[in-house]
Design a protein around this ligand. Structure first.
Ligand SMILES: C[S@@+](CC[C@H](N)C(=O)[O-])C[C@H]1O[C@@H](n2cnc3c(N)ncnc32)[C@H](O)[C@@H]1O
Length: 425
């Protein structure tokens, strides 16, 4: 499903901006949010900005099949900007279904003079043999697809990969769960298990009902599960060790916990502070490396939403698939181990620790939980029950931890691994 009109022949500025987004996200590794925040995009008319974003996202969501089709037509790799222009051209032709004359002509306009002939020839060649841009065998990079097959089996890996091409709805968490039905009506949303609202609305969400009032914040349905599993009671103390931009801190504060939010990144913490101000919630906010933070307090509930390869977030950040590497997974796993050891020191006896990552990679999920239990006396898994916290039933593993895969919820959801531990001694 696309919110873009296939017959939209938005002009050169919108397509040039889409090219800048691809360059920044893929070559600059700026992350899709960083790529979309470039100043030249802000200067565009809202309609052009919307088209540029939609075109870049459609391209990234179908990049595997598009690249396979382009490689078959190219005998030598042209400069990266030309490749990115060709990718945009192919997405217009086969994803947005822009009429060929418009898609090819507009893409030729983007290319420098010496590559206009090549772009024209390659795109016209593709129109004669249209690729299957939703082929699940090609949607993921081969190295990741091989890992998912090894971890989850062939059928599950295929189902995960098929969701790469899907455009996700927007999920919202509420400050006051009692308002769910009323806000769902205003926001044209459905209420999911656990209380998340899901809407297909488009456009600038800062103009949506009750945004200014701070009644909700954007948070994927999977990302809302870990805090629910901590089960904090009003007045209990809670530590969010990797808090920015703050969705889970807001959940803890909204549940009435006396909340401390730590993050290594002071710039990212400004988002936590802004989100707390908008929602009228409060938390102590501290910039520190949570692995070495000198604070000696212990808490009733500790959340470690660790930095990770974020491969589970490809529905809204499709660039992660193409910039992540096996080396990233290994180095992030080492960081997660250090942070888990630090988290253990900060849990009160009898208290709970929830570890989670928005990664599909077992080294960052299952292996972290197993390693932690093996080296940390005084902690035990506290198994989740079926559907607890609004988690999809299919996500519950035999050991009581959760492996949420993107196809486990109708309409899709972010991939997560979540384990809950109790400090027994
Ligand atoms: C997955 S994001 C957290 C998302 C956040 N919990 C939320 O729900 O909005 C991981 C965060 O970990 C932070 N981080 C990375 N290394 C850290 C460290 N050693 N100590 C504290 N924070 C760290 C990053 O700055 C990033 O904001």
């Amino acid at each position: 499903m696309s919110q873009t009109d296939p017959n939209d022949t938005a002009g050169y500025p919108a397509r040039a901006a889409a090219l800048d987004i691809l360059q920044a996200a893929l070559s600059g590794r700026a992350g899709i949010d960083g790529a979309l925040a470039q100043p030249q995009l802000k200067a565009l008319e809202p309609r052009d900005r919307g088209f540029a974003r939609a075109l870049a996202m459609a391209t990234l969501r179908h990049l595997g099949p598009i690249d396979a089709a382009l490689q078959a037509k190219l005998t030598r790799a042209p400069p990266e900007r030309v490749v990115n222009a060709l990718r945009l051209g192919a997405a217009q032709l086969f994803v947005l279904k822009t009429p060929p004359h418009a898609a090819v002509g507009a893409t030729v306009d983007l290319a420098s003079p010496s590559f206009k002939g090549l772009v024209n020839a390659v795109l016209r060649g593709l129109t004669r043999e249209p690729p299957d841009v939703a082929d699940p065998d090609r949607l993921a990079p081969p190295w990741l697809y091989a890992r998912w097959r090894a971890a989850f089996g062939e059928a599950e890996a295929r189902a995960v990969a098929a969701t790469i091409a899907e455009e996700p709805p927007t999920d919202l968490s509420l400050k006051d769960p009692a308002q769910a039905e009323a806000l769902a009506a205003e926001l044209e949303a459905v209420v999911l298990a656990g209380g998340t609202l899901r809407t297909e609305r488009g456009g600038d969400l800062t103009g949506w009902p009750a945004f200014e009032a701070g009644s909700w914040w954007v948070q994927d349905a999977s990302a809302a599960v870990p805090v629910r599993l901590l089960g904090v009671e009003p007045g209990q103390t809670a530590l969010d060790m990797c808090a920015a931009p703050g969705g889970k801190t807001l959940q803890l504060a909204a549940a009435g916990a006396i909340t401390t939010a730590v993050d290594r990144s002071a710039p990212r913490l400004t988002r936590v502070v802004e989100n707390l101000a908008r929602t009228g919630l409060s938390a102590e906010v501290t910039a520190a490396d949570a692995a070495t933070w000198a604070d000696t307090r212990t808490f009733d509930a500790v959340l470690l939403d660790a930095p990770c390869s974020a491969t589970g977030t490809f529905r809204r950040h499709p660039d992660v698939l193409w910039v992540a590497s096996p080396q990233d997974v290994a180095s992030l796993a080492a960081v997660q181990t250090r942070l888990l050891d630090s988290a253990a020191r900060r849990v009160k006896p009898g208290g709970r620790l929830v570890y989670c990552v928005c990664s599909l990679e077992p080294e960052e999920g299952e292996a972290q939980a197993e390693g932690f239990l093996a080296r940390t006396p005084g902690f035990a898994i506290e198994p989740m029950t079926v559907g607890e916290g609004g988690a999809p039933e299919a996500s519950l593993k035999a050991d009581g931890t959760l492996r949420i895969l993107p196809h486990h919820r109708p309409g899709g959801t972010d991939g997560f691994y979540i384990a809950r531990f109790r400090r027994t001694a």
